[in-house]
Design a binder for this molecule. Structure first.
Ligand SMILES: Nc1ccn([C@@H]2O[C@H](COP(=O)(O)OP(=O)(O)OP(=O)(O)O)[C@@H](O)[C@H]2O)c(=O)n1
Ligand SMILES: [Mg+2]
Length: 407
């Protein structure tokens, strides 16, 4: 069987990055011969099979890579006459179109190694336009590779702009868009995802709520030199630095200020009420992209509460408890940690404040731990019951918060 390693695994090894999933392409086989060799099929529309021992994905060489509405992946036609080169020709980027045989020899007909060395993300050929998702893929590769010095080739950017103008991007299914956004948030520089999509005129199509922040001035006393769009970029990159790979924190950091696009447009805006105004566009975005509940819930909390967390040191003990209650922090204790990091990213994601400490974070963690240590069972043994136990619990928690603050 003629099997080649292809795509991300070859690319990342050549870049000296740790290996991720391995994808293989198989030449000269049919679905039947794969099944006869013990491979297991994946899905219905994919000529992709799992290796009987390793479980790794093996795709038949194919000449079409169209995405179809309603399908998560490609509708493809594979037949045993398709050559390796024909398969590589229809892939997205030259750096993803390098194959490696079992002896470690590279097959690189489109100059992928050269582009890796030159740090260029370049489309392979005219077939690039077959899948509009590739505009988003370009952006998420930039989130990962911009720190290594990569840029998008001008001819590829021009093609991406034409793809955006064609309107096809709006036909992408939610799951595929969310998957690319998630990969960008898990990368070291999510801002490069946003910038690449903006340059390609695609951000307004796939994330209009996020796009709306560009051109909106920031509150003057914070950093008048940049707009709210640039602020969300800095905050997203800071979140990626403080919690690498944590897309729940990353999504909350990205979306915490969506409301600023809706607060009155003044020359020196104060954005009063933006934390409440942001919830509606955030919910809309989450519904459209079918954002998982854990991501959605933290993002809504961060949006509504980020100002309270920043004001943490001045809040009354009762208000701290209310903040914890609104975060559902007693039933979901892991949440406060993530909220704190998203808020820290907001504060430190400001020009000149990158290396400043964020004392509100440790303080909220400490008070949360103190309030969590009070439990209803202890109160029940004091003979309380029903609604009185709820009141007693709140009182005891407020007392615990006060004691922790004074200690
Ligand atoms: N729309 C797409 C999706 C995938 N591919 C090809 O299929 C390979 C594997 O796809 P995938 O695993 O999604 O991407 P990787 O490049 O492997 O990146 P990752 O490291 O995220 O897995 C890609 O390298 C590329 O050659 C493509 O051409 N067009
Ligand atoms: Mg891969």
């Amino acid at each position: 069987m003629k099997t080649y390693l292809v795509g991300g695994a070859v690319r990342d090894r050549l870049l000296g990055l740790p290996p991720g999933d391995r994808d293989f392409v198989v030449v000269g086989e049919t679905p039947d011969s794969m099944l006869a060799a013990g491979f297991r099929p994946v899905g219905r529309d994919f000529p992709v099979f799992l290796h009987p021992d390793t479980g790794e994905e093996h795709a038949l060489a194919r000449t079409e890579r169209k995405s179809a509405p309603g399908h998560r992946g490609f509708v493809v036609h594979a037949d045993p006459s398709v050559t390796l080169e024909q398969d590589l020709e229809r892939r997205d980027f030259t750096i993803n179109a390098i194959a490696e045989d079992a002896d470690g020899n590279l097959v690189d007909p489109f100059g992928g190694v050269r582009d890796l060395e030159a740090r260029v993300l370049r489309h392979v050929g005219a077939a690039f336009v077959e899948d509009p998702l590739r505009v988003l893929r370009a952006a998420r590769f930039m989130a990962r590779f911009a720190p290594l010095g990569f840029r998008v080739a001008p001819e590829t950017m021009a093609l991406m702009q034409r793809m955006s103008a064609s309107g096809e991007l709006s036909s992408l299914v939610a799951e595929r868009v969310w998957q690319e956004l998630c990969k960008a948030l898990a990368a070291p520089q999510p801002s490069a995802f946003l910038r690449t999509l903006r340059e390609a005129d695609a951000l307004a199509v796939v994330l209009p709520e996020v796009d709306a922040l560009y051109g909106v001035p920031q509150r003057a006393e914070y950093h008048p030199e940049i707009d709210t769009g640039a602020h969300q970029e800095l905050v997203s990159d800071m979140a990626a630095r403080l919690a690498p790979g944590d897309t729940v924190v990353g999504f909350a950091a990205l979306t915490h200020d969506l409301g600023k696009a809706l607060t009155p447009k003044q020359e020196l805006p104060r954005h009063i009420g933006h934390e409440r105004a942001g919830v509606a566009p955030l919910r809309r975005l989450c519904e459209r992209l079918k954002v998982p509940l854990e991501h959605r819930d933290l993002a809504i909390i961060a949006c509504r509460e980020h100002l309270n967390v920043h004001r943490m040191l001045e809040l009354r003990d009762e208000t701290v408890l209310e903040l914890l209650e609104r975060c559902d922090a007693f039933r979901k204790p892991g949440r406060i940690e993530k909220l704190v990091i998203a808020c820290e990213a907001d504060k430190r994601g400001r020009l000149g404040l990158e290396d400043q400490p964020y004392p509100q974070g440790p303080e909220l963690r400490r008070l949360h731990a103190a309030a969590l240590a009070v439990n209803a069972r202890d109160l029940a043994t004091e003979g309380l019951d029903g609604p009185r136990i709820g009141q007693a619990l709140r009182k005891a928690r407020i007392a615990a918060i006060r004691a922790a603050r004074q200690s």
